[in-house]
Design a protein around this ligand. Structure first.
Ligand SMILES: *Cc1c(COP(=O)(O)O)cnc(C)c1O
Length: 370
């Protein structure tokens, strides 16, 4: 198999889906796949066997969700537009608005098309530190309607409400945020049919407090007689994929440096954007094992560095390295900066057989540019 390639592991997805199915069974909630994190649609039939539909951020994700997954298609966008609206109505069944002005413009049209309509609320309750760009409750956030901005006329038209405030968090943060939501918007919650608690729930991570999640979700749905939705992305495919790559060269400039055929900037941009250090099979922290290397990509960007890792034996040109947890926020974010070839996409079936689903070529680079 030619490197670099993503290897999606079906058995790991099934493991996650079984945990999510159990949460559904115990709470009566519905769970949607947030396609922003993962859109490898050839696995949608598998996921659709467990979950209730998809969450989309706009026209293309809604179309993919409706056509490849089926079931329910929910869409939230910070701003809809006239050019895309009619086509969007072909795919979406639940339409969520970001502001009362967007609702005034599009909600009557959505209702006339027989859609469920909702408003994204901002409970103004930050529960995350560090990753400011992932906090929709931060200062001057453009996401969600605050209590001060919600008028009674808009509130009266809603079938449901939505919030999304978490990122890789445990259920204690959800519990705190749900309390804030009830305190600020309790009168609205009493009137709606559904409450969507967004994503960012790290449900399938080892040690996640599922009991507290079940209590929080069930409590909310019992108090208001509403259908609760969760729309995790990460949790569906957590630890369910690898990026397999090869060592192309080894140099030394004050420390050992290995050049890989996989790029942080192009193939795992969250490593730079978030930033974070991806797990690598058989490696340790710098100096934890005997031989430490800085691992970098093949682009001309000086900062195309994945991180510093140590190994029990020296790396050699041609060695294969496997980064873990590479199903989420990777394939949806890759780019061809610097003319880099995109990693192939492979699927490891539960029986261990591996299928190459997609290989990329020059046209995937040039075709986007003219
Ligand atoms: C990103 C996002 C999600 C999924 O978040 P994860 O952290 O991947 O679980 C769900 N809903 C909305 C509105 C989002 O923007």
């Amino acid at each position: 198999m030619r490197t670099p390639y993503f290897l999606i592991e079906e058995s790991k997805i099934v493991r996650n889906l079984e945990i999510l199915a159990d949460v559904k069974r115990r709470t009566g909630c519905k769970i949607l796949l947030a396609q922003k994190a993962y859109s490898a649609f050839f696995t949608y039939p598998l996921i659709a066997g467990y979950l209730d539909g998809t969450a989309a951020s706009g026209l293309y994700e809604a179309r993919l969700g409706k056509t490849a997954f089926g079931k329910e298609t929910h869409v939230f966008s910070p701003a809809y537009n006239d050019e895309e609206w009619d086509e969007l109505m072909l795919y979406a069944d639940h339409v969520i608005f970001n502001s009362p002005t967007q609702a005034r413009k599009f909600l009557p049209r959505a209702k006339a098309a027989g859609k469920q309509v909702g408003l994204r609320l901002n409970p103004e309750c930050s529960t995350q530190e560090g990753h400011g760009i992932y906090d929709p409750c931060g200062k001057y956030s453009r996401l969600g309607t605050t209590k001060a901005n919600l008028d009674a006329e808009t509130a009266d038209m809603l079938d449901g409400v939505h919030m999304h405030t978490l990122c890789e968090q445990d259920s204690d943060a959800l519990e705190i945020t749900v309390a804030a939501l009830e305190e600020k918007f309790g009168d609205v919650l009493k009137k709606v049919k559904w409450i969507n608690l967004g994503g960012g729930h790290h449900i399938t991570r080892e040690g996640y407090d599922i009991e507290r999640l079940v209590r929080t979700v069930k409590g909310l749905s019992d108090r208001y007689g509403a259908q609760v939705y969760l729309e995790p992305g990460e949790a569906v495919v957590l630890n369910a994929g690898q990026l397999v790559c090869r060592v192309e060269d080894i140099t030394d400039n004050g420390m050992k440096i290995a050049i890989l055929d996989a790029s942080a900037a192009c193939h795992m941009p969250d490593v730079i954007e978030m930033p974070y250090r991806p797990p690598l099979q058989g490696s340790g922290l710098p100096d934890e094992k005997k031989y430490t290397y800085r691992l970098g990509g093949p682009t001309c960007l000086a900062g195309d560095v994945i991180g510093d890792y140590s190994f029990d034996r020296p790396l050699r040109v041609g060695d294969i390295l496997r980064f873990d947890d590479m199903a989420l926020y990777t394939m949806v974010k890759t780019n061809t900066f610097n003319g880099m070839r995109l990693p192939s996409i492979c699927l490891e079936h539960s029986d261990g057989s591996v299928e190459t689903v997609k290989e990329f070529c020059y046209e995937d680079f040039a075709g986007r540019l003219g």
